[in-house]
Design a protein around this ligand. Structure first.
Ligand SMILES: [Mn+2]
Length: 431
């Protein structure tokens, strides 16, 4: 395995920090043991928790107003994979990469070889029928008025074929799932028939499911608005659940944290989908207003914790579902590598805090209708500073105790800026 970061860089960074971490870890272990919690078990669980990074997140994103590229941006999928390996080298939480086709289209054999050399593997694939692909001879028709739900059968057939090609590439590189998000919808009342467009979408999805390999899953990703602003075809979790029900055993719902109505209770949606055995996975990010695609845990870490509280609380039911964990963010003002390292760490933090919830006490308070103590039980876990656990899990796996500082000290961005000239366009953006 040859990552772009030499192990000595991390070892040198860790050396002067190891004694402090050991002391902090021991102190936290003592505190937790007074609450009957074994810190070693929590650390093992955190170390075994991984979240996939999106290939498209390694470049600067953008808004519909502008994109402000940073230095040394990856110019193609192989350089994106290099950056993903750097993210994983420091954080040790992200060995999986989620690809977007056709943005990341390349020879599957080369993709597989390059990823394996970097110690990476491929998580869920993402198809793209929310923009036109004028350079792709297989997609001459426009998706301006929709794709899988388009009124024209020829456009639907093209969109289905694109999804099948995405599955084919995914199969060749070892992926086991495809996430389908469409931009289909309407900007005007009356523009399209709400029922017929949904029927056409289901018909197209059934064709895709029919071609799905035996050991694959398909995730339907809902989104309330944008790019369509009057209605979207797969608008909410209820619609997504109907889709997954109708498509059968291989179909599940994907929850992108930014794709809901404002103030919606996402953790309750998660609980419902677990109960329905249809929770397929997550696109983690954070938001304040809409699909802001900000860094996970940067705005509302308590909400992220509450989602993990539902996941951990689900116990065995969740093990059967083994939902896919992916990040889906747009990095507009930070170095994408730093944002992805930190986001993965924040997701692990929420998981670690959720593991600390005293579930027996919580249930007893709930059964006794003691609102104050039930709330206090959750907050006691959330208030616990689990950073020593996160750092220790990274250190044991060969990562950095302070990954952002170590990454900056490595000079990686400066080095790649010398060999990667600035690119104007290419696959950033918000999905
Ligand atoms: Mn998403």
């Amino acid at each position: 395995m040859t990552t772009p970061i030499d192990a000595s860089v991390i070892a040198e960074h860790n050396a002067p920090r190891e004694a402090d971490l050991a002391a902090d870890y021991e102190a936290l272990g003592e505190r937790l043991s007074r609450r009957g919690v074994d810190i070693a078990a929590i650390t093992d669980a955190v170390a075994a928790f991984f979240v996939a990074v999106p290939s498209w997140g390694t470049g600067t994103g953008g808004t519909r107003f502008a994109r402000f590229p940073g230095p040394g941006e990856p110019r193609g999928i192989f350089e994106k994979l290099d950056d993903c390996a750097v993210i994983n080298a420091f954080g040790r939480a992200t060995p999986g990469v989620s690809l977007h086709i056709p943005w990341d289209k390349a020879d599957p054999a080369e993709l597989k070889a390059h990823s394996q050399a970097l110690g990476l593997h491929f998580d869920a694939m993402n198809s793209n029928t929310f923009q036109d692909h004028p350079d792709d001879p297989r997609q001459p028709l426009s998706y301006k008025f929709g794709s899988l739900s388009h009124a024209d059968a020829a456009v639907r057939a093209q969109a289905v074929a694109h999804n099948l090609e995405t599955i084919e590439i995914g199969t060749a590189i070892g992926s086991k799932a495809i996430t389908v998000w469409i931009g289909d919808g309407a900007n005007f009342a009356g523009q399209s028939d709400l029922s017929r467009s949904f029927e056409r979408y289901l018909g197209s999805m059934k064709e895709i499911v029919a071609a799905l390999p035996e050991d694959w899953r398909i995730f339907s990703e809902h989104k309330m608005y944008e790019p369509a602003f009057y209605s979207t075809v797969v608008s909410d979790w209820g619609t997504s659940y109907m889709v997954a029900q109708e498509l059968g055993a291989k179909a599940f719902c994907l929850v992108d944290l930014g794709h809901h109505a404002p103030n919606v209770n996402i953790e309750q949606i998660v609980a419902r989908l677990v109960r329905a055995r249809k929770l397929g996975g997550f696109h983690f990010n954070d938001s304040r207003y809409g699909d802001d695609d900000l860094d996970a845990g940067s705005i509302d870490p308590f909400r992220l914790f509450l989602i993990f509280n539902e996941l951990v609380g689900a116990g065995e039911a969740l093990e059967r579902l083994h939902p896919a964990h992916m990040i889906d963010q747009s990095h507009n003002v930070t170095d994408p590598i730093e944002s992805l390292i930190r986001s993965a760490s924040e997701i692990r933090r929420a998981f670690a805090q959720a593991l600390l919830v005293d579930r027996a006490a919580l249930e007893a308070h709930q059964e006794a209708s003691d609102a104050m103590m039930a709330s206090e039980t959750l907050k006691a876990a959330f208030r616990t500073d689990v950073e020593p656990i996160l750092a220790e899990a990274r250190r044991r796996a060969g990562g950095a105790i302070d990954p952002i500082a170590a990454y900056r000290a490595s000079g990686y961005r400066r080095k790649v800026a010398e060999t990667r000239p600035a690119v104007a366009g290419s696959g950033g953006g918000i999905v």
